[in-house]
Ligand binder design. Structure first.
Ligand code: NOJ
Length: 550
């Protein structure tokens, strides 16, 4: 690893574990089958007991739900099915009382097509000021029947939709999510207002959606073939990763640092966090979002998308640590989110998937920096195969039914009891946000709490150690030292503070390397063999034993 020797910037978030809540699938308080803010508030003690430091709420704002709330019609209100602004205040206050920080989603790349600005733009003629807030352009072809360029939506299909008067509008996601024109000062000013609004309501930071795409090449040139096929080249697309983003994020950094303190318990100015959701896979390019004076963290999707192979994981770990350490930012580690296939399923499903997901959790939580845990990951929930007629994800529609999309990881959490809806709601199972499968009785929070071998108890033990025990979280990756050779079937590292972690990916049980002499096991993702070897797909934390001399 590099030894930039700068240390990692930042206050509470430099080594925090943040729990992602997808509100409509978390906990329902009023029996309508839809998770809501009062339901989430009631479950906050569960998160405190789990041992996380912060919660991040995915969008809970008024929305037609064309993309699970990432199509926002009003950025400074709460969707009626999820609660009221008062419910949000209560949530934040309760979280702070329990010692949990609160992050919310900021979605600046696009609005909903139901947003008053877009309605106004549609009603206005081509070339009008109202249309300039978005990206309207005349179509190509004799009668404007062709889209203005060849850009593709990340959800499939063209990124342009015609409005019937010769003009088309750009949407890098669903047609219901028109892209804003960030070269317009009123767009910039409006988002400053939104940031200040939520700071006044006690939020401790923002997760910035699609942080890589706000600015598009003003000439709107064709992007050519292969768009979205090779994420490593994303930064070359004319609509991704442009230089103009960075002054904007510097201005937001300053805004967060200078906006007056919020309600009691919220992070003071200077301790607030911006997290980039940037689909930029070149580690050095990604690090530019978290240079001093810009954002605090950036999600590390390369880790999430990495196959269960030691060489690939080793490469991601070293490249991520080097790139982030060079700019003094903590690395973030993510195994799951509301956009990704659940780890248990992604790693092979069944007992193999569970074993690997357990090992991956210990790997992630040993690494220096911050970690994000998505609701249900701590229960080891698998991806759910939903019936076609229940699917909501625009990916399903836009792919013509060839891609099922992300709904299978957005099924409501099972809290207790032997049958659906497992304490999620008092509604009938079929009336819930998504129906839960049968057979989750052993995966409820209550059942797992009572089982020392459960995924939940593994996460709880690891998070307890990260907070206070012999495996305390570290922020800085500069001292990380790899102990395993590049071609080994295992990955082993020493964080530099006496905590060692090893993961065996190979088929044969691994005799712990000599460099592990003089250590004792602190936590393992599964039992070691009788000879003390590390079985396949198992991770272990070890700590150097300090022996008194004489
Ligand atoms: C990233 C979000 O995580 C995803 O759920 C959403 O569909 C896109 N951004 C568009 O907002």
């Amino acid at each position: 690893m590099t030894s930039a020797g700068r240390g990692v910037r930042g206050p509470w978030w430099r080594d925090a574990v943040c729990y992602e809540i997808h509100p409509r699938a978390f906990a329902d308080s009023d029996g309508d089958g839809i998770g809501d803010l009062p339901g989430a508030t009631a479950r906050l003690p569960y998160l405190r007991d789990l041992g996380v430091d912060a919660v991040w709420l995915t969008p809970f704002y008024p929305s037609p739900l064309a993309d699970a709330g990432y199509d926002i019609a009003d950025h400074t209100a709460v969707a009626p099915d999820v609660g009221t602004l008062g419910d949000f205040d209560t949530f934040a206050e309760r979280a702070h009382t329990l010692g949990l920080k609160v992050l919310v989603d900021l979605v600046p790349n696009h609005t909903s097509d139901a947003h008053p600005w877009f309605r106004e733009a549609l009603a206005a003629p081509g070339g009008s000021t109202a249309r300039e807030r978005y990206l309207f352009r005349p179509g190509r072809g004799v009668r404007g029947e062709e889209p203005p360029n060849d850009w593709r939506s990340a959800f499939g299909g063209a990124a342009w939709t015609p409005v019937g008067d010769g003009e088309w509008y750009l949407h890098l996601h669903a047609p219901e999510q028109p892209d804003l024109n960030w070269y317009r000062p009123d767009v910039v000013a409006d988002f400053e207002r939104i940031l200040r609004f939520w700071l006044d309501h006690g939020v401790d930071g923002f997760r910035v959606d699609v942080a890589h795409a706000l600015y598009k090449d003003p000439a709107l040139p064709d992007a050519g073939p292969g768009q979205h096929e090779d994420p490593a080249r994303n930064h070359l697309l004319p609509y991704y990763d442009r230089e103009e983003l960075h002054p904007l994020y510097r201005s937001w950094h300053t805004l967060l640092a200078e906006h007056p303190a919020g309600p009691p318990g919220s992070a003071p100015p200077g301790e607030r966090l911006l997290v980039a959701e940037a689909a930029v896979f070149d580690p050095a390019r990604l690090a530019r979002y978290v240079r001093p004076g810009e954002m605090g963290q950036s999600f590390n999707f390369a880790f999430l998308e990495c196959p269960w192979e030691p060489a690939a994981i080793r490469a991601v770990v070293t490249e991520s640590v080097d790139a982030m350490t060079a700019v003094g930012a903590p690395v973030t580690w993510v195994l799951s989110s509301h956009d990704a296939v659940r780890p248990v399923t992604r790693y092979g499903g069944g007992p193999v998937g569970v074993r690997r997901a357990r090992a991956a959790a210990l790997l992630m939580l040993a690494l220096p920096g911050t970690a994000y845990v998505y609701q249900g990951e701590e229960l080891g929930l698998p991806q759910v195969e939903l019936a076609d007629d229940r699917l909501r994800d625009p990916v399903w529609r836009r792919s013509g039914g060839t891609e099922r999309g992300r709904d299978g990881c957005r099924v409501p959490l099972p809290w207790e009891g032997g049958r659906a809806p497992y304490g999620f709601s008092s509604a009938a199972p079929a009336d819930c946000w998504f129906p839960q499968p049968q057979g989750w009785a052993a995966l409820t929070a209550d059942a797992e709490r009572a089982d020392p071998g459960s995924m939940l108890e593994l996460y709880r033990a690891a998070l307890r150690l990260r907070r206070s025990g012999s495996a305390r979280a570290v922020a800085d990756g500069a001292a990380l030292r790899l102990l395993s050779p590049p071609d080994a079937a295992h990955l082993a590292f020493d964080r530099g503070d006496g905590l060692l972690c090893a993961v065996n990916f190979g088929a044969r049980p691994l005799a712990l390397p000599e460099s592990f002499d003089g250590t004792e096991v602190v936590l393992a993702s599964g039992p070691l063999t009788d000879e003390g070897r590390l079985p396949t797909d198992t991770a272990v934390w070890l700590r150097q034993v300090v022996r008194s001399v004489g």
